[in-house]
Ligand binder design. Structure first.
Ligand SMILES: [Ca+2]
Ligand SMILES: [Ca+2]
Ligand SMILES: [Ca+2]
Length: 355
């Protein structure tokens, strides 16, 4: 069961945008405006989402100290499914932006919400008939970063966009000009975006180098503001995702699949999940220098985050046995000294942010 769930989780890391909904505006009242009064920044620096091992339709948001202690669930008013994920801190840690899935069958059910760090003043940012994901606050108080699916249902065409923080309207499609490098002229899919620590650069995944069906996703770095000069980071022609930049912007860590069958495993290959490792690429040198930081086939290492405060890599791993599932670990920059930061039974940690 754990393996099946993990497969779904990982696939969702890039194609979750196919899940959806019909909107039900008026379901709840939302607090306005953006400059809402929120409690002071909490002492906890780790923000993460986690879901029960047996569920793909529920997920909750938590904060904790750097060592995993003082864990606290953020109580969020439920508007449909209890599904709250991809949380990120605001710069001052007074607010949290995240995605909420309102029901399991319709496409628009994944929308972006903002709330105070204690779950109060919940505010809905998008209410469109498309999947919205990977939201972030930006250095500009007037706009939000997100991934938007412009494609018809079942045929994702995703881009990284800026949204107006008050209306939720798209004010810039940053990756709309990216097309497959095979010359087809067809637009590629971009997703799993994250800011650099200072907000000047973005790192993201794109399938630009090879069209589906085999989910070849590579990592790219881009200037957050125009001109959006793009640098390709990984060249393995496999599935790389959930990248994070070093504080100086000269290195990238990401999770990559290196199994012998194309990812995700198709029915003929079973649902076994394995061969997900953490990699570091130094892009401040020529040629780039790639280092594999984790090496155990069955560990399933995902979602690395380069901590600016300790210069360690926090990441998710399934290396502990059932019933713990995925847990949050940290390790040195060369992959040594991994330690577990939290341990939760029957719960898969699935996404993390630090500030
Ligand atoms: Ca939506
Ligand atoms: Ca695109
Ligand atoms: Ca766990």
């Amino acid at each position: 069961m754990f393996r099946r769930i993990t497969t779904i989780q990982v696939v969702l890391a890039f194609v979750s945008l196919c899940w959806l909904s019909a909107l039900n505006p008026g379901q709840a009242a939302y607090a306005f405006p953006y400059d809402m009064s929120c409690p002071p920044a909490p002492a906890q620096v780790l923000l993460f989402s986690a879901r029960p091992l047996w569920s793909v339709d529920s997920s909750e948001i938590y904060i904790a100290n750097a060592d995993g202690s003082a864990e606290q669930q953020i109580r969020i008013p439920e508007l449909g499914l209890p599904y709250n994920s991809y949380p990120k801190w605001s710069w001052d840690k007074k607010q949290i932006i995240f995605t909420k899935r309102l029901n399991e069958s319709n496409r628009s059910s994944e929308d972006i919400f903002i709330m105070c760090n204690d779950g109060s003043n919940l505010r809905r940012l998008t209410s469109d008939n498309a999947a919205d994901s990977w939201p972030s606050f930006t250095a500009d108080p007037n706009k939000i970063l997100a991934v938007h699916d412009f494609g018809p249902y079942g045929s994702p065409q995703t881009d990284i966009v800026y949204l107006d923080i008050n209306s939720g309207a798209i004010v810039e499609n940053i990756t709309g000009g990216m097309t497959y490098t095979n010359g087809s002229g067809i637009q590629s899919n971009e997703g799993d975006v994250r800011f650099s620590w200072d907000g000047t650069k973005l790192v993201f995944g794109s399938d630009q180098s090879a069209p589906t069906p085999f989910y070849v996703v590579q990592i790219y770095v881009m200037n957050a503001e125009a001109p959006h000069q793009i640098t390709r980071v990984s060249y393995d022609n496999s599935f790389d995702t959930d990248a994070s930049l070093s504080p100086d912007g000269k290195s990238v860590v990401f999770s990559g699949y290196r199994g012998i069958t194309p990812y995700p495993p198709f029915p003929a290959t079973g649902n076994e999940v394995h061969d997900w490792y953490i990699f570091k690429v130094d892009i401040g040198v020529t040629p780039y220098r790639e280092t594999q930081l984790t090496h155990t086939r069955t560990d399933i290492d995902l979602v690395p985050f380069w901590r600016h405060d300790t210069n360690k890599i926090a990441f998710l791993s399934a290396r502990s046995v059932l019933p713990y599932g995925l847990e949050i670990f940290e390790m040195d920059l060369d992959g040594s000294n991994p330690i577990m930061l939290n341990k939760s039974e029957w719960r898969n940690e699935e996404y993390q942010d630090w500030r």
